[in-house]
Design a protein around this ligand. Sequence first.
Ligand code: HEM
Length: 542
Amino acid sequence: MDSRHATLAISVAFVAYTWYKCRRTSSISDIPGPKNPSWIYGHRWWWQSEEASVVEKRILEEYGAVARYNGSLGEDRLFIADPQAIYHILQGTSYLYEKPRVAMEMLALVLDKGLASVGGDAHKRQRRVISPAFGLVESKALYPYFARCANSIVDKWHEAISTKESEGAVVIDVHSWFAKATLDAIGAGAFDYDFGAVENTDNKFTKSYTNMTFAAFGRSSKGRLLMMELFKWAPAGFGTWMMERDKRPAMVNLRENRTYAHEVAAKLIEEKKQELEGGTSGKDLLSLLVKANSAARSDWRLDDEEIVSQVRTIMFAGHETTAKTLTFALWELAKNRHVQEKLRAEITETLGRIRARGDSDFAVDDFDSMPYLLAVGKEILRIYPVFMELSRTLKKDDVLPLSKPIVGVSGKVYKQLLVPAGTILTVSLLAYNLNKDLWGPDAYEFRPERWLDMNETFESPVGVYSNLLTFSGGNRSCIGWRFAVIEMHTFLVALVRHFDFSLPGNGREVRKMRPGLITPVIVGEEHKGPQLLLKVTALKNE
Ligand code: HEM
């Protein structure tokens, strides 16, 4: 091709692209939103660089629960925290609003064809087979596994505190401990397998899982951000092709992790199948999944590779999310001492009742009789929906219902929005959870008492748990939400019962970064990755 042909081809591509964009963005460009700071990067760089909740609060305060923002190359997108719009997007069964193709490809790079990385009919079929393993009874049955993991962290912290020099208290990076303990909890509860992460942090499997998302996405550059944005214009598979060749250590780790995780998953599945054949099937998730799969209709059944992908998906989706939620839970308890003391009083009182009935320790049903524990848990999940936002692409033109009319830049009033196919929408789980229209004027404050005063009968709840969007809603909601809630309650009760938590008083400021998940780092020590230091003092009440 000579230079004239090349220039012509580029010009035609540019005109076609500009026409396409003008046509596509026309109906949402009238929606008010923050001024585009850069035609090249849009709001993406600002969004990614700000602390979690800064962007969300600014949009909510200045524009309300629906706003226009810009992706790269001037593209108009929608930011959504409006309950009716979110209900419409998430609850539809037709996969009209689907994860963007590039996001699916990136997920498939790590997880192959697991629940989180397939769409449409494949997703529907997988979800139908897997769901029974995640029911309430099944999740409650995992409590002994979680209790074992929580006790192992209690023992380790007691060990650290019992040294002569510690004088009854130590400053601990609670995030790093939860990263290990929640990996063990996934191993135990999901697969009845001991990863041994709390005991032996040096094994290669634990290491490869530690801070995987922060390492891969925590220190992005403008160039990398733009490249990720532009992948969507490239042919299918191009992004994956590039990522497979990315030589940065974090990406090499991601690929190595894929190999280890595959080996471990294949071994576990083989064991569960043999147990099932021998009639000794366990209560862990994988045993239930293998059992449910063998009983499923033959055209629904998952093949071996799909089951391996589910194991990897569960390890990936259920580990860092829970670790970060628990980390922020202890941080809030350290900052709000009255909440910590009230929770401890409820734990002590419940323990008294448990002993009076002749038992020595908590059973999972005891948590249901602890209103303050439930309130603290919900308030943590409301303020820290660690998976802050969902990205969705609209497949066909659609009309989006709104809870409140919007006044456009032109002065036109919109009671619903006509959204063109191809629009990217950010469903902000964090902004929904902070929306003052839903949670009251003190929505930004951490106040567990709100749950004690609230009537929790919601007409059409958007999320799966207490109308929170933390676990999303609808056909792609978090399948492991009960697992996560029971695990969180188990750890909170065990830790608050044995230890007091306070701020270390070293003046180091915590920042909530947003590399995919809300992640605590210490200002000035971002290069060290996620950290959250707390002073942990052993209680002498046992
Ligand atoms: C506090 C902890 C957790 C939070 C905040 C959380 C949040 C979420 C969210 C928001 C989604 C939707 C993602 C999307 O649509 O892009 C999701 C999906 C998922 N989660 Fe969780 N999760 C947590 C714990 C868990 C646990 C413990 C497990 C497994 C044991 C799990 C397994 C999954 C799976 C498999 C999906 C994909 C579901 C699908 O696409 O159908 N999660 N999670």
